[in-house]
Design a protein around this ligand. Structure first.
Ligand code: ZN
Length: 371
């Protein structure tokens, strides 16, 4: 006996305001629909996969080169599409069938385990979550509070005994929004199991955009170390017989942070912003420059997510200054300590850094576009 996973992607994506239909948008690194396909393929108990697409989306699915999956075109409604899928596997000796919305890419393998376990003693298993919000119902002109203890939000995948579901579908009379309703309206038992709050439905563009809005930038800087100069690192002054040579205060850490942030926001580099031939910036503290950069990226609706820093120097040892540097950077960047990481590295006495003639810093920063 076989188990089949049906993925419904036949909707028009009307609420999804984009030329690319919802299932074919990139979400967390791959097309939305591919998340469900990949998970179903990986799950050993599933040996048949059917995708129901909207016939207008033929070209989109073709481009994905999906193999070992049956692709059929859906009907006018969700119920129609599910029915077509069920009929298409009539001769495949199916025992259990899962029906799933492509718009829920975040279901877990654990949820599939639970569904299969419950299907041993039930014909219809539905994951659902309790709600935390107060729910009101409007009846004519009166608004009443509903008892949220009795309210569930159902999710997919939902599991069914194939033969029983097909029979109910064959006999169905009214329009249904999900297949479990067939069992309910036929007076049959459905088994509710705990769903997963992360198994959310992607409904509007912003659900995807928020997820895809993390950007990364890289920064690197190196300064020559010379006698009788101050050493500024990460915005703080560090006692040292040698200091950095630079047009500004020569702080390679803040310079690399600025470049990483500007890179993540696609806003060029510090050389373009604060030219080292401009007298205005001569001996300027880099803390002032970083503050300017942060203000600018914030004005473009970017939020700093995290900053990871490597400071490469033979001397001085930086361990005891890390906390102070983080405190300084956090204030300048308006973020918290937990968003900044500093690692001190030596150059194993190799090259100019190892011979204490230079100090370098590399930074990776991530930002979130908030729009
Ligand atoms: Zn620099």
């Amino acid at each position: 006996m076989n188990n089949c996973f049906i993925i419904l992607a036949g909707g028009e994506s009307k609420r999804f305001n984009s030329k690319t239909p919802k299932p074919y948008h990139i979400y967390r690194g791959k097309h939305l629909i591919v998340h469900s396909i990949d998970k179903a393929k990986k799950y050993k108990k599933i040996n048949k996969i059917v995708i129901v697409i909207n016939k207008k989306h033929r070209n989109f699915i073709k481009k994905l080169n999906i193999i070992n999956v049956k692709i059929i075109e859906g009907g006018k409604t969700r119920a129609d599409s599910a029915y077509r899928a069920l009929k298409s596997i009539k001769n495949n000796n199916i025992k259990n069938v899962m029906i799933h919305d492509a718009a829920r890419p975040n279901f877990t393998i654990k949820l599939l385990d639970k569904l299969f376990k419950e299907l041993k003693s039930n014909d219809c298993v539905v994951p659902a979550i309790k709600i935390n919000d107060t729910v009101k119902q409007k009846i004519k002109n009166t608004i009443i509070n509903l008892n949220r203890e009795n309210i569930y939000l159902t999710q997919t995948p939902q599991g069914f005994n194939y033969k029983k579901l097909l029979k109910l579908q064959n006999n169905k009379s009214s329009e249904i929004t999900d297949d479990a309703n067939l069992f309910i309206s036929a007076g049959k038992k459905i088994k509710i199991i705990n769903g997963d709050p992360n198994n959310k439905k992607i409904t509007v563009n912003s659900d995807i955009r928020i997820d895809n809005s993390t950007k990364y930038g890289i920064g690197f800087d190196v300064h020559k170390l010379v006698p009788r100069k101050k050493l500024y690192l990460g915005g703080i002054k560090i006692p040292s017989p040698v200091g950095t040579l630079g047009h500004s205060d020569g702080d390679p850490v803040l310079h690399a942070i600025m470049d990483a942030l500007l890179g993540a926001c696609n806003m060029g580099d510090i050389g373009e912003k604060f030219s080292d031939t401009n007298e205005k910036f001569k001996n300027i503290r880099s803390t002032i420059l970083l503050k300017k950069v942060v203000e600018e990226i914030k004005s473009k609706e970017f939020i700093i997510n995290n900053i990871d820093i490597n400071i490469i120097t033979q001397k001085p040892k930086l361990q005891k200054y890390k906390k102070k540097m983080i405190n300084c950077i956090k204030k300048l960047c308006e973020i918290s300590n937990s968003q900044i990481n500093i690692k001190g590295k030596t150059a194993e006495k190799l090259g100019v850094i190892g011979k204490e003639k230079a100090i370098a810093c590399e930074v990776i920063a991530s930002v979130i576009k908030n729009d």
